[in-house]
Design a protein around this ligand. Structure first.
Ligand code: FPP
Length: 247
């Protein structure tokens, strides 16, 4: 990340969305097209992560959520899982100072207990180090699945009721949200998916209730600031009514 990444440069000609979420897809196809091993695609994908964080800061986006590893990704061949977790380990070490210098607060959602203990420790350390940063809230979904998140929230609500901390009769959507891993996080305004696939793939299903979806025909490792800006411009063109009638 360049030292100037955090400087507000030319203001975009539209109001940026508060929260952008991204399903980063197409690393494997990018590598295959170049006759490279899949891990080369993931490495290039990690470079695109860095570019996207820079772009989000420049565009004035306050929340950025990246789907880096789904709960289903554990079912990939063992070698690829090792490559992906190794890349995460490396990324945490190589990028944390830049995140800190650029005022990025890192948070993780998902089942982090499935990662090796050293990765779990680095995740906690990175979250603690960056906890006071306010320029960009970066949420990385790791071993994340939306159904599991909703079930965990239901379980937590039931336990709270059992322990007398919650009157189930009063449980409403706002209270339920407080049991999700994204408690206190504004819902994503826009969800971008790269690689031409048009699915949510168990990502932020509760939180995406009113999100705009933007599907791009670009493979994730090729994603750059231009694609990010174009997606934000497309978002700005869409009229959002949250189910209400046009005024
Ligand atoms: C989808 O491509 C991408 C992933 C499963 C992993 C995303 C990981 C990164 C972008 C790099 C690492 C990120 C961090 C934060 C260290 P795919 O493999 O499903 O591609 P394909 O559909 O073309 O096979």
């Amino acid at each position: 990340m360049s030292a100037t990444a955090a400087e507000p440069e030319t203001a975009p000609p539209y109001r940026p969305p508060t929260h952008v979420a991204v399903i980063m897809d197409g690393n494997g196809r990018w590598a295959a097209a170049r006759r490279l091993p899949r891990v080369a695609g993931h490495r290039a994908g990690a470079r695109a992560v860095r570019r996207t964080i820079e772009a989000a800061i420049r565009q004035g986006v306050r929340w950025l959520t990246l789907y880096a590893f789904s709960s289903e990704n554990w079912r990939r061949p063992a070698g690829e899982v090792v490559d992906l977790t190794g890349l995460l380990r490396q990324y945490l070490k190589s990028e944390i100072d830049e995140l800190q210098a650029n005022g990025v607060r890192l948070r993780i959602i998902g089942d982090r207990t499935r990662f090796d203990p050293d990765i779990q420790r680095d995740l906690v350390a990175a979250e603690r180090l960056t906890a006071a940063n306010r320029r960009l809230n970066l949420i990385v979904a790791l071993s994340y699945g939306s159904r599991a998140e909703i079930v965990a929230a239901a379980r937590a609500a039931a336990e709270a009721a059992r322990d007398g901390r919650l009157d189930l009769a009063t449980l409403d959507e706002a209270m339920f949200e407080g049991f999700l891993s994204t408690a206190g996080v504004p819902d994503p305004d826009v969800i971008i998916r790269t690689s031409g696939e048009q699915r949510l793939s168990n990502f932020l299903m509760w939180q995406a209730a009113y999100a705009e979806f933007i599907f791009l025909d670009v493979l994730w490792p090729d994603f750059d600031a231009t694609h990010f800006a174009a997606a934000l411009a497309e978002f700005a063109r869409r009229e959002r009514r949250f189910g209400a009638r046009p005024g």
